[in-house]
Design a protein around this ligand. Structure first.
Ligand code: ADP
Ligand code: ZN
Length: 213
């Protein structure tokens, strides 16, 4: 499996990737996760990234593309394929990704366009909770943990992302429509676009995707 998960914040890219990763053991390359890891190190670069993420702006194309390129050089799970989650997010990133994929000889199967109703996207984002330790995803009402504030998987503490507040979510949506949506056409023109109705639950999406492979 060599796919890109594409869609607005709250479409469920990360949740779907979590399921797929268990099932197919492919590399899960999430630029959001990689950037949050950099923030955790406390570096100066991490502080710059945090300021951008907190206001809902994009990090530079150069930086995220470099991170992805490094993953393609090292990640052992790549043998079984990859899921790109949150990358590419601009046409420039999509073009640079094509160069990387050609170089490593792992061409894309398809990009999966996940769209859902605006109200549902908002509900998913405002209720989202994340495990600080292992990154597992929960939701206050859709998928609450067995014990409040505690991760079912590893027992780590759950937190709410600093960009999951209404003002920042609005800005992330705007940035998505402006900078990321154009890459849908980019993949459509290459005949590499498939649609997935992301209003449906993650396990249903997982089955739909399995049928596309
Ligand atoms: P979501 O898809 O829910 O918005 P992500 O975890 O994918 O969340 O991304 C969170 C933030 O990280 C983005 O709002 C952006 O600031 C930054 N980011 C992640 N991926 C990229 C990327 N490919 N290019 C630029 N910025 C990125
Ligand atoms: Zn956990």
């Amino acid at each position: 499996m060599k796919v890109i998960l594409l869609g607005p914040p709250g479409a469920g890219k990360g949740s779907l990737a979590g399921l797929l990763k268990e099932k197919y053991r492919v590399a899960h390359i999430s630029t959001g996760d990689m950037l949050r890891e950099e923030i955790k190190t406390g570096s100066a670069l991490g502080a710059e990234i945090k300021a951008l993420i907190t206001k809902g702006a994009l990090v530079s194309d150069e930086l995220v593309t470099r991170l992805v390129e490094q993953r393609f050089a090292h990640d052992p799970d790549l043998k079984k394929g990859y899921m790109l989650d949150g990358f590419p997010r601009t046409v420039k990133q999509a073009q640079d990704l094509d160069v990387i994929l050609t170089r490593v000889g792992m061409p894309l199967d398809f990009a999966l366009n996940m769209e859902a109703d605006q109200a549902l996207l908002l509900k998913r984002l405002t209720g989202r909770r994340v495990c600080r330790q292992c990154g597992a995803l929960f939701h206050m009402t859709n998928k609450p943990p067995a014990k409040e504030g505690i991760c079912d998987t590893c027992g780590g503490p759950l937190y709410q992302r600093s960009d999951d507040n209404e003002a920042t979510i609005k800005e992330r949506m705007r940035v998505y429509r402006e900078s990321t949506q154009p890459i849908i056409d980019y993949y459509a023109q290459q005949n590499k676009l498939k649609m997935l109705d992301a209003n449906l639950d993650t396990d249903v999406l997982c089955q739909s995707l399995a049928a596309m492979l």
